[in-house]
Design a protein around this ligand. Structure first.
Ligand code: NAI
Length: 344
């Protein structure tokens, strides 16, 4: 089997070559992203392997089908970059539903602690032998209220971490997990209640039509003054202009972003020495109370290995066995893996 691998980064190759060899899968690595301009590179391959910022829209899907490419293997969990409705019945789409929820949840806490204890400032100061503590006052997490939106795999690990810090959790999920609610330290509430009462808000739901710009001007208006907003899920959950306005007006106390609405233009690439064209991103990064990482929450050794192993197994199952447990299926509800792996 031959797979065209798009948006390759140096850290991808070792684990994909290792697991691919075991299953007789050969990868052709392209640095470019998959989109309407690059889709021809998939000619002659059985499948494409893509990541979060590749574009798998209707036009790309049609061309992949013309080229007799049978499979889109996402090497990530989220699939908002795939037109699932258009893909259904035309091309198989598989994903890695879980590879390390710990990687993302731990990164979320790392961002929160960095921000509120000013570690990013201290690191720079002490390297310059500036040992002043002026402006470094943080606050305790113990006793604070964290609002967690999305209590799936990552949200639940983050919830456990927060409880370890002695925080109280307000949770919101379209499909609540009743056993999590103990009526005391963890409570499911409405989205509005979560906005009104949380000191910290962390996003762990997928990007869908329902959740697009979940954090907008109206939501920020409802929040506590000084709220800390964490987003390690998907950029477009937050209206970046509204966030910027909230920071400028001092309503938002801090923001930690591993994802950004327009990240596909910039993230994972080196733009040092260039003039950043995105004024909103540049302004956000310039703020002392904003920390941006470039979609690196997943990037641990454990996660990379799990991603490669699952993706290789998915490719083998879909192309050789004809069914795959991690097939995404529009008929099964779009946001779910196919219930029996046989819908297609
Ligand atoms: P999951 O599928 O286990 O959990 C998602 C949760 O969101 C579910 O409980 C679901 O019921 C809930 N949800 C769905 N629609 C909702 C809505 N409208 N409002 C509130 N909740 C809703 O997914 P998992 O593995 O926890 O991942 C969460 C998100 O994290 C992914 O969708 C992905 O976008 C993001 N992610 C980010 C990574 C990074 O490196 N920054 C890496 C991996 C995932």
């Amino acid at each position: 089997m031959r797979i065209a691998f798009f948006d390759t980064k140096p850290y991808d190759k070792a684990s994909f070559d290792k697991y691919g060899k075991e299953q007789g899968i050969e990868f052709k690595y392209y640095e470019t992203k998959l989109n309407e301009d690059t889709v021809e590179l998939a000619s002659g391959y059985d499948g494409v392997c893509v990541f979060v910022n590749d574009t798998v829209n209707a036009a790309v899907i049609d061309r992949l089908c013309d080229l007799n490419v049978k499979l889109v293997a996402l090497r990530c969990a989220g699939f908002n970059n795939v037109d699932m409705k258009h893909a259904f019945g035309r091309i198989h789409v598989v994903r890695v539903p879980a590879y390390s929820p710990y990687a993302v949840a731990e990164h979320t806490m790392a961002l929160l602690l960095t921000s509120i204890r000013r570690i990013h400032k201290a690191y720079i100061r002490t390297r310059d032998f500036n040992f002043s503590l002026a402006g470094m006052t943080g606050f305790d997490l113990h006793g604070k209220i964290v609002g967690i939106i999305g209590t799936g795999k990552i949200g639940r690990v983050f919830l456990d971490i927060c409880r370890g810090f002695g925080m109280k959790v307000l949770a919101y999920d379209k499909f609540p997990v009743k056993e999590l609610d103990n009526g005391d330290t963890v409570k499911y509430v409405s989205l509005d209640e979560l906005f009104v009462n949380s000191d910290i808000i962390s996003l762990h739901c997928p990007l869908t039509e329902d959740t697009y710009h979940l954090i907008d001007n109206e939501a920020i208006e409802k929040c506590k003054k000084g709220v800390v907003i964490l987003n390690t899920s998907r950029g477009a959950l937050i209206d970046a202009e509204a966030l910027l306005a909230g920071i400028k007006s001092r309503k938002v106390g801090a923001a930690c972003l591993d994802v950004y609405e327009e990240e596909s233009e910039f993230f994972f690439e080196d733009f040092s020495g260039h003039i950043l064209e995105d004024d909103t991103l540049a302004r956000l990064i310039s703020m002392p109370n904003v920390i941006v990482t470039s979609h690196q929450a997943f990037l641990t050794e454990e996660a990379l290995s799990n991603i490669a192993q699952t993706t290789v197994n998915n490719i083998y199952d879909a192309l050789v066995n004809g069914q795959c447990a991690n097939e995404l299926c529009y008929r099964c509800g779009n946001t779910e893996d196919c219930k029996d792996g046989k819908c297609f």
